[in-house]
Design a protein around this ligand. Structure first.
Ligand SMILES: *Cc1c(COP(=O)(O)O)cnc(C)c1O
Length: 236
């Protein structure tokens, strides 16, 4: 194993350990929280090394990166998960390359994705990204619009709606960050009462996953804590 692979193995084990600790601190079963490794900005070689640790699902925030990396990793049985803002003009590539979209945030996008997926003869899992922060720049569906979108999504049999996703406000105030995660869980509970089964809550990143786990995350999206720092800050 190269030094890089060794470092990756160490970091992966550390992150899994910290996630397990956060679960126990919250009185939750560690088996109930999975980790989505976020490989954005890291090249195919790094992802290949990660597959030797048994990792198969990788989160990316740009379709372009999936398009560039996937041919180099065609032998690795990877499931690509899109976690970044998606423009409708990329739907065709998403339908071809992506196994799951966590950033579905509007009906228009669902309509276009559905049409493209029908053409490909595929169905994918999706999470609805909800805006739980007060920041203007963040993407995501306004919470008030969630019931209507969930009802509309029932008509698209290529989109299997499995849960909700959010990004918390970037804040050093843990109460503010935790409030975003709590809001997502409450929205999930309200949707459940309206007959929508949404078992998955994707929330929490390298810097805030313990708070997300305390509020019921079923998966945390971890980039830098596994792969190291990125050269430039990435927009979500
Ligand atoms: C980059 C990114 C992450 C991971 O962020 P880290 O701080 O590196 O763990 C999680 N979710 C989304 C949507 C991202 O864009």
């Amino acid at each position: 194993m190269s030094t890089d692979s060794t470092l990756l193995a160490v970091r992966w084990a550390q992150v899994r350990g910290r996630v397990d600790d956060a679960c126990r601190a919250a009185g939750r079963d560690p088996a109930a929280v999975s980790i989505l490794p976020v490989s954005k900005t890291f090249d195919a070689g790094v992802i290949r090394a990660a597959t030797t640790l048994g990792l198969r699902r990788f989160g990316e925030n740009k379709v372009q990166e999936i398009r560039d990396k996937s041919p180099l990793l065609a032998d690795c049985d990877i499931r690509w998960v899109l976690i970044g803002h998606l423009q409708t003009n990329k739907a065709k590539e998403v339908a071809r390359l992506v196994d799951e979209v966590q950033s579905l945030d509007r009906l228009e996008l669902a309509e276009v994705l559905h049409r493209r997926l029908q053409q490909e003869g595929r169905a994918i899992d999706v999470l609805v990204q909800v805006k739980t922060s007060s920041e203007e720049s963040k993407f995501g569906l306004p919470p008030a619009q969630l019931p209507a979108l969930l009802d509309a999504l029932r008509h698209f049999d290529t989109l299997r709606v499995r849960g909700l996703m959010t990004l918390a406000t970037q804040s050093t105030d843990a109460a503010v960050v935790r409030g975003c995660f709590r809001r997502l869980r409450e929205l999930r509970d309200e949707a459940l009462a309206q007959g929508h089964a949404l078992p998955r809550l994707s929330m929490g990143m390298s810097g805030d996953f313990a708070l997300a786990i305390a509020e019921g995350a079923t998966e945390v999206r971890i980039g830098s804590a596994i792969f190291g720092g990125r050269a430039a800050p990435q927009s979500a």
